[in-house]
Design a protein around this ligand. Structure first.
Ligand SMILES: NC(=O)c1ccc[n+]([C@@H]2O[C@H](COP(=O)([O-])OP(=O)(O)OC[C@H]3O[C@@H](n4cnc5c(N)ncnc54)[C@H](O)[C@@H]3O)[C@@H](O)[C@H]2O)c1
Length: 363
C-alpha cells in the first residue's frame, strides 16, 4: 500500500513538472513571438506623418500595416506595406484588422488635426479622436496587443507659462483638438493600470520636411502649416496672393512667432525608439519631441530666400487668437529615456520640403 502511495506521489510530481515545463515553453514561445513579430499596425498610415512612419518602419525591417479611412489621407502614400481600408469609428473594422494581422504594437496617428475646426465643431473631434481611440483600445485588449505609440501634441500644454517647455509643464489645452490629445493620454494611463497596456505618448511639436526620394511630403487639405504655405507662396511668386504672417509685435527676436520644427524622419525614428523602450520593459509615459531650437516666421522667410534664391511674398496680418509667441521644447527626456534626439537641421527640413514641392502631385 505504502509502495503504491509512493508511486502515486512520484507520478503526480512528474505530471506537475511536465505541466510547468509546458507552461514555461508556452511563455517562452509567446515572448519569442513578441520579439520576432515585426508587424505594426499604423492607424493614419495614409496621412502626412503616418506615411513617413510606414516608409521608415519598412526600411528598418518592419512590416507596417496601414489602417486608414482616407478622410484626409492619400492613397498614393500607402506604398510600404499592406493596407486595411477602415474607419476607427466602426469597431468591427479595427477588430478585424487586429485579428487578421496580429500586430505586436499599434502606432496610432489617425486623428482630425485642424485646431480652428475643432473650436467650431468640437463634437466632430471628440467623436473621431476620442471615440475612435476607445474603439482601437478595445480591439487591442481583445487581441492582447499590449504596446501603443500615440501621436500626442504640444497642444496638450496650452499657453506656455515658461519656455522651453518640458514634460513638467502644466497641461491646460486651450482648444478641443488639444483636449482630445490630453484626454487620450489619461485614457492610456488608465488602460495601463487596468489591462497592462503600455504606451508612449509622443508630444510632437511641429512636424516638417519630407522624404522626396520616396515621393512623400506634406499635403494637408486645407493646408495650415507654415512651411508648405511659405513654399507655395515662393513658388507661385504672386504678390497679389501673399502669405499671411500673423502678428509682428510678439516678444520674440523679430516680433514674429517662434516655433520648434522637427524633421519628419527624425519623428519616425522616435516611434521605433519608443517601441524598443516598451519592449525592453519601459513604463507608460509622455515625452516631448522637439528640437530645442526655434525659428521665427520671419527667419523662415529669410532661410527660404537664402537657400533657394527666391522671393517669398508675404504681408502681416493681425495676431490670431490662441497663438502663443513662443512654442519651444526640450528633448532632454526623449534623449534620456528613449535615446532619441533630432539629427536634421531646419535647412535640411526646408531642402527636403522644397524638393518635394517641386514635383507634380497626383492623388
Ligand atoms: N502635423 C503636425 O505637425 C502634428 C503635430 C502634432 C501632432 N500631430 C498628430 O500626428 C498625427 C498625424 O498627423 P498628420 O499631420 O499626419 O495628419 P493627416 O491628416 O495627414 O493624417 C491623419 C490620417 O488619419 C486618417 N484618419 C482620420 N480619422 C480616421 C478614422 N476615424 N479612421 C481611420 N483613419 C482615420 C486620415 O485619413 C489621415 O490619413 C495626428 O494624430 C496629429 O494630431 C501632428
Amino acid at each position: 500500500m505504502v509502495k503504491i502511495f509512493r508511486w502515486l506521489v512520484v507520478l503526480a510530481l512528474c505530471i506537475n513538472l511536465k505541466a510547468e515545463s509546458y507552461e514555461d515553453t508556452q511563455t517562452l514561445q509567446q515572448e519569442d513571438n513578441l520579439m520576432t513579430n515585426r508587424t505594426i499596425l499604423v492607424t493614419g498610415g495614409a496621412g502626412y506623418i503616418g506615411s513617413h512612419v510606414c516608409y521608415y518602419l519598412q526600411q528598418q525591417g518592419w512590416n507596417p500595416v496601414t489602417f486608414d479611412n482616407f478622410s484626409t489621407g492619400h492613397r498614393n502614400s500607402v506604398r510600404f506595406g499592406p493596407l486595411v481600408e477602415g474607419d476607427l469609428l466602426v469597431p468591427d473594422d479595427i477588430l478585424q484588422a487586429m485579428v487578421q494581422y496580429q500586430p505586436v504594437a499599434v502606432m496610432h496617428l489617425a486623428s482630425f488635426i485642424q485646431v480652428g475646426e475643432s473650436v467650431k465643431d468640437p463634437l466632430k473631434y471628440y467623436q473621431n479622436n476620442v471615440t475612435g481611440m476607445v474603439n482601437l483600445l478595445q480591439a487591442m485588449r481583445d487581441q492582447k496587443v499590449n504596446y501603443m505609440i500615440f501621436s500626442s501634441s504640444a497642444a496638450v500644454y496650452g499657453n506656455p507659462v515658461y519656455t522651453p517647455i518640458d514634460e513638467n509643464h502644466p497641461c491646460h489645452p486651450i482648444n478641443p483638438y488639444g483636449q482630445t490629445k490630453w484626454m487620450i493620454e489619461q485614457i492610456l494611463k488608465d488602460c495601463d493600470k487596468a489591462y497592462g497596456l503600455k504606451s508612449v505618448s509622443l508630444r510632437y511639436f511641429n512636424a516638417a520636411g519630407a522624404a522626396p526620394a520616396q515621393g512623400l511630403g506634406e499635403a494637408h487639405e486645407p493646408e495650415s502649416h507654415l512651411i508648405p504655405l511659405m513654399i507655395q507662396a515662393a513658388q507661385n511668386n504672386d504678390s497679389t496672393h501673399p502669405l499671411k504672417i500673423f502678428g509682428q509685435d510678439y516678444v520674440t527676436r523679430d516680433g514674429t512667432c517662434l516655433r520648434d520644427y522637427i524633421h519628419i524622419l527624425d519623428l519616425a525614428d522616435a516611434h521605433l525608439k519608443a517601441l524598443d523602450y516598451l519592449q525592453r520593459g519601459g513604463e507608460t509615459l509622455s515625452v516631448n519631441l522637439g528640437s530645442g531650437n526655434g525659428t521665427t516666421n520671419l527667419e523662415m522667410v529669410q532661410h527660404i530666400k537664402n537657400l533657394f534664391e527666391v522671393d517669398v511674398p508675404f504681408k502681416y496680418a493681425d495676431r490670431r487668437e490662441g497663438d502663443p509667441a513662443v512654442l519651444l521644447s526640450t528633448y532632454t527626456k526623449a534623449e534620456e529615456v528613449l535615446g532619441w534626439k533630432p539629427t536634421r537641421t531646419i535647412e535640411q527640413i526646408l531642402q527636403d520640403a522644397w524638393q518635394w514641392h517641386q514635383k507634380p502631385k497626383d492623388e
